[in-house]
Design a protein around this ligand. Structure first.
Ligand code: NOJ
Length: 977
């Protein structure tokens, strides 16, 4: 060390002054609010909010929607009828066909349509070619199962005038009480109302009406009345709307659908991603700390998005859960049009005697969509897991990814040449930093023409792939949905000649601007587009790619630089002549879906699990691949915001989620970068990414001690891959989130319902609390139960419900293990996850306060679909205090490929068992007895070395069984008695 000289001090001063000066001119990074609509600027949202206000302010309001009692029929688990909407003063009515379907899972589905539009009995304006019906195909894209109709659902015998009651659900314990006039529904479980429809009377289906064109009045004639003047409604946004210089011609006029949905006794609602908001959703009708805008779902490329905001982002899942102590319920609003959701909370009108279970607060929501039918699923829980399961049965579970996809991904915009890629790859190796995938952003293409390589910068993609393959690493290339409008580009020629592009309102190919400049958009609603899209990914078509190339789908909201709100005009037309308005939020998923299908068919006979990342998504996207939270900022606040966003994805059925590690825009400090890696190690999708204008920041760049600390975080991820993979398997079979918030794991602990900054990994009992504040050297972690929690690294014990402080200097990752679990690991550091395929396992047995523990392990080839034919190992490990034994039990099924896979895995063993919280009575013990199924007589009971380490201060006692040499796929027992 040397002391600062006068000259160095002078230079520091100059430097500080210079930085202060520069910061004056650094443009504030902020979303451009003026580019995106507020509710007030979105006609249908404004109309419906105003409607709600009128109702709230009126003392004698009666909703104009009546279920015609005579129309009701009930057959095969489905109630049908017609709702009559009274319009105008003369009492005319509009017929709205209703169905309420009761499903085997205990879910009820309510649909409402408009007869006139169903029959095509309407006239479109401007000679529009658009379909006349309300959009009714969202379920075709989103729903894959769970629609079996309940055989037990039945009309109740108790009759009350003006109501129809249906018993349904498990043991007939659910009831739907349908009130006819005005129409409303109460959903009850165990005699208590959980969810109410139209309780506040905000239900609204804007029916079709002709526009009364106002002819120029002849001299002396009276001015004819406008439609609105007849009905007394505000017509100003019915027939066209202009925003940011773009006019939406709205050929069908007003057609929104809206409904109030109330959750009595529920203080918390979660879900409806994607927003950079709190996990427990905030109120949206003003007041201290609340939003003034509803949560918006209208997939959009929001540049430099702001935090703590209900503004829309890139994806939409219109699925909400309400939670209180002992109960979770959900509603899935299946609508793909622009949607706004107001949330308010009020003092509960519930019985004070039931306080303590029910919250003293009711949550009331108001859902407003621009078009389409009303289609709502009602899920009555009662646990968060039940909700994940039933929602997953409907929309599908997370696709089981390849193993590499859950390891670390290295991305930036851009690795500029194939040499650059190979250099980065070599540097990771030189620094012994594990990684699995390197990514290429848009610059690899020849002038932004997807499926091509820039001939100057990527002359030899094959060689690049070959180098990566040496360590079984992969390459991901970006493919966006906009296709460059240029000469001599076969992709655009084919797109146009085959008629597969999205059309404008006049039926011609829609042209707009994106990265390549003038572009067309592939319309993946069209099955013919998918067939064509598949041809483009074949290895002999997308030359230079191979089996270790995978795909990144970006800009699929779709992002259109010169379009309204950076997307497509709503009056554009898709396959089947559906307006873009109807399908907007589905658009990204259809593109991602086409890419998935294409990856499945790149080469005949080669069937491996695809990997495709998407930015835009809808309910169901979880079946296809992973998502990330888009263009975040290299700021501490964005690191913090990533955690509730990812947790929210998990409880909303799309858990394979991550955020750009390091932050996309800007240059993170070394400390921020390091902390971000430590947090990213707990994202289900773990990728470092950076904007083109940022400095390089691969883990080896920041230098000592940051590089070493980042490497430790990456190694931790790799060490725990067996636990992560098992969590993914659980998600893929039960819908349970991969990372879970406190309320999900402890649904009865009302103190933890708002906790959103710590995460449990699957069912492993691992609880991480990432450091997200600059300069922090400790974190306060919340423990919900009375189990002991042990520090992952040194076994320090934390016991007792409440907050605990964990020291967290830069090199420390706050990670605890909840007593009662067995965590599988692989401890040998490798350069990529594929190289760990035959490595032995370590089991960490974390005893609970009664001295028991259990856990599971799922292992397959990490690559193919052979697991569907039984090629996997699925074990339950159990440590039982009473028998003093650790056992491994098969919980897997069998199939055609089970035996072969088990044979392949027969040499893969458990090489170490660590017992944390080991009982003191083991002191002095030096061996344990191991037995394995099918072992030879001589080896049936072998003695294995055992060491015991006494507790020290707060550090728990622990013990190690050294190399029991038992096969991971077999049944075995380790006897500690
Ligand atoms: C926007 C994406 O969000 C970002 O991750 C990507 O780097 C750029 N597009 C360029 O492709």
């Amino acid at each position: 060390m040397h002391s600062p000289t006068a000259s160095s001090l002078r230079w520091t001063g100059v430097f500080l002054l210079f930085t202060a000066f520069c910061s004056l001119f650094t443009p504030a990074v902020m979303v451009k609010h003026e580019n995106f609509k507020t509710c007030d600027q979105s006609g249908f949202c404004k109309r419906n909010r105003a409607y709600a206000d009128t109702i709230t302010q009126s003392s004698h309001w009666k909703s104009p929607y009546d279920l015609d009692s005579k129309s009701i029929t009930f057959e095969n688990g489905q109630l049908s009828g017609t709702i009559l909407k009274t319009v105008g003063k003369a009492g005319e009515t509009v017929r709205l066909p209703l169905t309420v379907t009761f499903l085997e899972s205990g879910t009820a589905r309510v649909t409402l349509d408009e007869e006139k539009r169903q029959k095509g009995d309407i006239v479109l304006r401007h000679d529009s070619k658009a379909r006349k019906e309300r959009y009714n195909e969202a379920s075709k894209w989103a729903i894959v199962g769970g629609l079996k109709i309940s055989s037990g659902a039945a009309l109740s015998r108790e009759t009350e005038a003006g109501t129809t009651k249906v018993h349904y659900g498990p043991a007939g314990k659910y009831e739907a009480i349908i009130h006819h006039s005005p129409f409303s529904i109460k959903f009850k479980r165990d005699g208590e109302t959980q969810i109410k429809f139209n309780d506040r009377g905000f239900m609204n289906m804007e029916h079709w009406r002709p526009k009364i064109e106002k002819p120029e009045p002849k001299e002396g004639e009276e001015q004819p009345l406008e439609t609105a003047e007849v009905t007394g409604e505000d017509e100003s946004t019915w027939w066209d709307e202009t925003f940011g210089g773009n006019t939406d011609t709205k050929p069908r006029g007003p057609e929104s659908v809206a409904l109030d949905i109330s959750f009595p006794g529920y203080e918390h609602v979660y879900g409806i991603p994607e927003h950079a908001s709190k996990m427990s959703l905030k109120e949206t009708r003003g007041g201290d700390g609340n939003y003034n805008e509803p949560y918006r779902l209208y997939n959009a490329d929001v540049f430099e998005y702001e935090l703590d905001s209900p503004m829309t982002l890139y994806g939409a899942i219109p699925f909400m859960q309400a939670h209180r102590k002992g109960s979770t319920v959900g509603v899935f609003w299946l609508n793909a049009a622009e949607t706004w959701i107001d949330v308010v909370k009020s003092k509960s009108g519930s019985n004070p005697l039931s306080l303590g279970v029910k919250s003293a607060v009711d949550t009331q929501t108001h859902w407003i969509s621009e078009s389409g039918i009303l289609d709502i699923f009602v899920l009555l829980g009662p646990t968060p897991k039940d909700i994940s399961q039933t929602y997953g049965e409907l929309t599908g579970f997370t696709a089981m990814p390849q193993q590499f996809a859950i390891a670390y991904h290295q991305c930036r915009w851009n690795y500029v040449t194939d040499q650059d890629v190979m250099d980065v790859d070599r540097r990771f190796d030189k620094h012994k930093i594990p990684y699995d995938v390197i990514w290429l952003d848009i610059e690899y293409t020849d002038g932004k023409k997807y499926f091509t390589w820039d001939p100057l910068t990527f002359p030899d993609p094959k060689k690049m792939h070959k180098q990566l393959q040496k360590r079984e690493r992969k390459l991901v290339t970006i493919i966006d949905p906009h296709i460059k409008n240029t000469d001599k580009y076969n992709v655009v020629d084919e797109l146009k000649s085959k008629g597969l592009a999205v059309k404008n309102k006049d039926g011609n190919d829609y042209e707009g601007w994106c990265w390549p400049g003038s572009s067309y958009w592939v319309d993946c609603f069209n099955p013919a587009s998918i067939t064509w899209w598949k041809t483009l990914f074949k290895y002999d078509s997308f030359k230079g790619t191979g089996p270790n190339t995978f795909i990144w789908n970006d800009m699929n909201e779709p992002s259109v630089f010169n379009g309204p709100e950076t997307t497509m005009p709503k009056d554009n037309l898709h396959y089947g002549n559906w307006e873009h308005r109807d399908v907007h939020n589905l658009n990204g998923m259809t593109f991602h879906n086409a890419t998935y299908d294409a990856l499945l068919e790149r080469k005949k006979g080669e069937v491996r699990r695809p990997f495709a990342l998407t930015r835009s998504f809808f309910a169901g996207s979880q079946r296809i691949g992973a998502m990330w939270t888009g263009d975040n900022l290299a700021e501490w606040s964005h690191l913090a915001a990533s955690i509730p966003m990812i947790l929210n994805q998990g409880i909303s059925g799309f858990p394979f989620a991550g955020a750009d590690v390091g932050g996309f825009f800007g240059n993170p400090s070394k400390e921020l970068l390091t902390r971000w890696y430590q947090a990213g190690a707990f994202y289900p999708f773990f990728r470092g990414h950076a904007h083109i204008d940022t400095r390089r920041r691969e883990p080896y760049i920041p230098g000592s001690p940051y590089t070493e600390i980042i490497t430790q975080a990456l190694r931790l991820r790799y060490q725990l891959l067996p636990a992560w993979y098992t969590a993914f398997h659980e998600a893929s079979t039960t819908g349970a989130p991969i990372v879970r918030p406190n309320f999900y794991v402890h649904p009865g602990d009302d103190k933890g319902f708002e906790i959103e900054d710590q995460l449990y990994i699957g069912s492993t009992g691992l609880l991480a609390k990432p450091v997200v504040a600059e300069g922090a050297d400790s974190v306060s972690i919340y423990i919900a139960d009375d189990q002991p929690y042990y520090d992952y690294f040194d076994y320090t014990t934390y016991s007792g419900a409440g907050h605990h402080t964990i020291k967290a200097p830069l090199e420390k990752i706050p990670l605890l293990m909840q007593g009662g679990h067995i965590i599988p690991r692989r401890d040998r550091p490798r350069r990529s996850s594929s190289l760990m395929k035959w490595d032995p396992f370590t089991l960490v047995v974390v005893l609970d306060k009664a001295g028991n523990a259990e856990g599971t392990l799922y292992v397959d080839d990490g690559e193919t679909f052979d697991f569907e034919q039984g090629a996997y190992i699925h074990r339950r490990f159990q440590f039982d205090r009473a028998t003093k034994a650790l056992t491994s039990i098969n919980i897997g099924g069998t199939g055609a490929k089970t035996a072969a896979w088990h044979k392949t895995m027969s040499k893969v063993r458990v090489e170490k068992v660590v017992i944390v919280g080991a009982p003191g009575e083991w002191k002095g013990k030096t061996e344990v007895v191991v037995s394995e199924e099918g072992a030879k007589e001589s080896a049936r009971k072998k003695k294995v070395e055992f060491t015991f380490h006494s507790a020290q201060g707060k550090k728990a006692a622990w013990a190690v069984v050294r190399d029991p040499k038992v096969a991971v796929g077999k049944g075995w027992k380790i006897d500690f008695s």
